[in-house]
Unconditional design. Structure first.
Ligand SMILES: Cc1ncc(COP(=O)(O)O)c(C=O)c1O
Length: 411
């Protein structure tokens, strides 16, 4: 008689369902960290890259790979077969992997001023300790970018739509400069998404996202992704595997599901942001509104050349920066006076959020650096959500009216 396994062994070795013959709608979650093999040779072949497959989820996982491939297909719509992707545990893990792949001690980076606070701190505080230097330059004038390039410049880093000024970056112009310098052009397209602009079509080598924002779109998952030519992406994969910043399967599932409604959400946010910006700009308590859809914004014409348009017009993104008269305190009071929009981090979720820039998203840049980049201490960035435009306008108008009545000293 065959010997029966003990209850512990039977519990551990439960049957596992065979993968179904039918293709699932949507991407299933493969949550497991490790896979079992028929034999050691098969295991060695997968680990060694001689056979396709999965061995360990930090290295590769079908759910995370599916998310990365999905973003590659959206960003590389013009030539999907030439674009691959790697998924990361956060946007900052993606940025870190890009820098660690293409930089070494003594290398130099040209980046925009202002750049996302985390990227600024990574370059100056962390990578600065490893001999990397960076110059932060006003990208509205490409002669300054040109002047900042050195023989050691390995990366020209850009943001398609720069937060909080909503500066529109001349990606085609940067491409010419990067090519002449032999540098990699990396574009953080978090605030644009492939629904607004696909930087690979304008010459970017790599496009990255904090997927935590618009791609996921529901403020319930954290992740990052980088897409570009397979040869470059393979190099990134090595760094991801060795540094361990890989995306979790659960987050990959949520982020990939978010992509299915990305155009619906982003197009609506762009439309709402446009009417919100136009309305707020007329309020007497407002000193300045930064939104590229407004004719007076310095990036308006460039946006119309680079950004996609639909029947609703050009898509200028879903974030609007509102600067009230009255400086730092007025900005704090405006954000705190909102009832519908919440105060908090992140953009691209379904709920509208407001953030006082100098005390939150860009706090580590400091007020002097922000002022030099044209950002007032009172600036408040609105990340428009999916609420009705008229409700958001009523909310901000009431908060601005109150500010005008309370009136801190005008500047
Ligand atoms: C433009 C931009 N890039 C990168 C990041 C970093 O992304 P994560 O917070 O997912 O690490 C952020 C986060 O706010 C961002 O706004």
């Amino acid at each position: 008689m065959r010997r029966r396994f003990g209850e512990n062994t039977r519990s551990v070795h439960l049957p596992v369902a065979e993968p179904p013959a039918q293709t699932p709608l949507g991407q299933p979650v493969w949550r497991n960290a490790a896979w079992a093999f028929e034999n050691s040779a098969d295991y060695a072949d997968v680990l060694g890259g001689r056979a396709p497959g999965y061995a360990y989820s930090r290295i590769d996982n079908p759910t995370t790979a599916s998310f990365a491939a999905a973003v590659a297909s959206l960003e590389g719509a013009a030539a999907p077969e030439d674009v691959a992707g790697q998924a990361f545990a956060s946007g900052m893990a993606a940025v870190t992997a890009v820098f660690m792949t293409f930089l070494r001690s003594g290398a130099h980076v040209v980046a925009p001023a202002p750049v996302y606070d985390g990227t600024y701190s990574l370059l100056t505080n962390v990578l600065g300790r490893f001999g990397v230097t960076a110059d932060f330059v006003d990208y509205s004038d490409l002669t300054r970018v040109h002047a900042a390039i050195r023989s050691s410049t390995k990366i020209i880093y850009a943001e398609t739509l720069a937060d909080p000024t909503m500066t529109v970056t001349d990606i085609r112009g940067l491409y010419q400069l990067a090519r002449a310098a032999g540098a990699v052009l990396v574009v953080d397209s978090t605030f644009a998404t492939p629904v607004v602009c696909r930087p690979l079509e304008h010459g970017a080598d790599l496009v990255l996202h904090s997927a935590t924002k618009y791609l996921g779109g529901h403020d319930d998952s954290t992740g990052g992704v980088v897409v570009g030519r397979p040869a470059l992406i393979d190099k990134l994969r090595e760094v991801r595997v060795d540094t361990g910043g890989s995306l979790s399967p659960d987050d990959a599932y949520l982020l990939r599901r978010g992509l299915e409604t990305l155009p619906l959400r982003v197009r609506r946010m762009c439309s709402t942001a446009m009417v919100f910006a136009a309305s707020v700009a007329k309020h007497p308590a407002v000193r300045k509104v930064d939104y590229p859809g407004l004719p007076g914004h310095p990036g308006n014409e460039l946006a119309r050349r680079l950004f996609d348009a639909g029947p609703e017009g050009t898509r200028y993104g879903g974030c609007v920066t509102v600067t009230p008269h009255g400086g730092y305190e007025a900005g704090m009071t405006l954000a705190d006076g909102l009832r519908l929009a919440g105060v908090g981090a992140s953009v691209g979720g379904t709920h509208t959020k407001a953030a006082h820039v100098a005390s939150s998203s860009h706090r580590r840049l400091g007020e002097a650096a922000l002022a030099a980049s044209g950002v007032d201490a009172g600036a408040v960035r609105f990340a428009i959500g999916l609420e009705d435009a008229e409700d958001l306008i009523a909310d901000v108008t009431r908060a601005l009216d109150a500010l005008r009545v309370a009136g801190p000293t005008r500047t």
